[in-house]
Write a protein that binds this ligand. Sequence first.
Ligand SMILES: Cc1ncc(COP(=O)(O)O)c(C=O)c1O
Length: 397
Amino acid sequence: MGTIPRRSNLGRHWNLKEDVIFLNHGSFGACPIEVLDYQNKLRDELESDPVNFFDVTSKQLWADAIAVFSKFINADKEGLIFVPNATSGVNTVLRSLDLKEGDEILALDHTYQACWNTVDFVTERSGAKTVIAKLPYPIENSEQVIQTILSYTTKRTKLALIDTVTSPTGIRLPFEEIVKQLQSKGIDVLLDAAHGPGIVPLDLEKLQAAYVTGNAHKWLCTPKGAAFLHLREDKRNQIRPLSISHGASVEGNTDEKIRLEFDWTGTQDITPWLCIPKSIEFISSLLEGEWSQIMKHNTDLAINARNILLNALGTPKLCPDSMIVGLSAVVLPESNIPITSVLEPDPLHTLLYEKYNIQVPVFGWPHHNRRYLRTASYLYNSLEEYEYLAEVLKKEI
Ligand SMILES: Cc1ncc(COP(=O)(O)O)c(C=O)c1O
């Protein structure tokens, strides 16, 4: 085995453990030291006078966070709501829908399991139906994905849950075109942009998806618990928060009701959302102030990393390089290791972590009857880290 690889020079901005090869930015992101320091300052201020912080100080910070973030994703700020995570965003929309028996909700066989479960929950309780579009394996091009998804729609399809980047397989879907085509057939799209802001360019004004939810705590590196839900104007009076709170009994027009109902759903730590402007500014300062550069840097690294791993494993590419951004997965060679579920640790994951200090997700995906290894590429990673992983895989598989 070669020498233990080091992170990139930018790794110094993160507090990640020195001796861990951290290739899993995808699950929970990783917050840089400077942003955590800022959050700690906000928390100190909050705890020094909680009432004044919630009633007064935070109001301007909250408005600033909404303004900065809506500019970042080019969304109208009246429809932008903060939620703690993308799972809550998906639940908020799906659990507000008025589904009828026989209605259909379309999801993909790459849909994040928690969100898939939510689809099943709302279809089962209403007599509606979950329809799962099976994407080709391997995927040859974007058009194939678009046509496959369209082929699963019927007159009863009410809504489609579509990812920006798929969770188990790290595939950047042609979501802009999928949204356009589905919505032109009268099917609302709930875009799951959990891997959205900071990994792919998002222009919500242009996209006009009925609903978009996504995380800031992944690719924008905010502290955990910062996510958003955007409601298109015509949807705003149909969606209610998961927690009904004070705002429900206060009169107001639709725009006012959105703020009243969603901005206060009960006491919680609001500092992750307030850190969004700081994260956007800090991360962009690391590469000449340009987010396009950051996304390109991470994408290039991910494509190179995938090639290195595929060379080592000899398994087929799940999709062309043009459908890769900062996250990518490789198929593991067939073995007699049982394919269980993402929640159960795959023995290879445990081995890589315990024997080699490599933190990388390895999991069975029962819907494909395959095991995947998924790497993420962020500014702090280096190519040597993937080379080292490839050497280890050659030895251990
Ligand atoms: C596609 C997708 N949707 C939803 C989620 C859920 O995100 P969170 O745990 O922040 O709710 C994830 C998390 O990895 C994801 O990859």
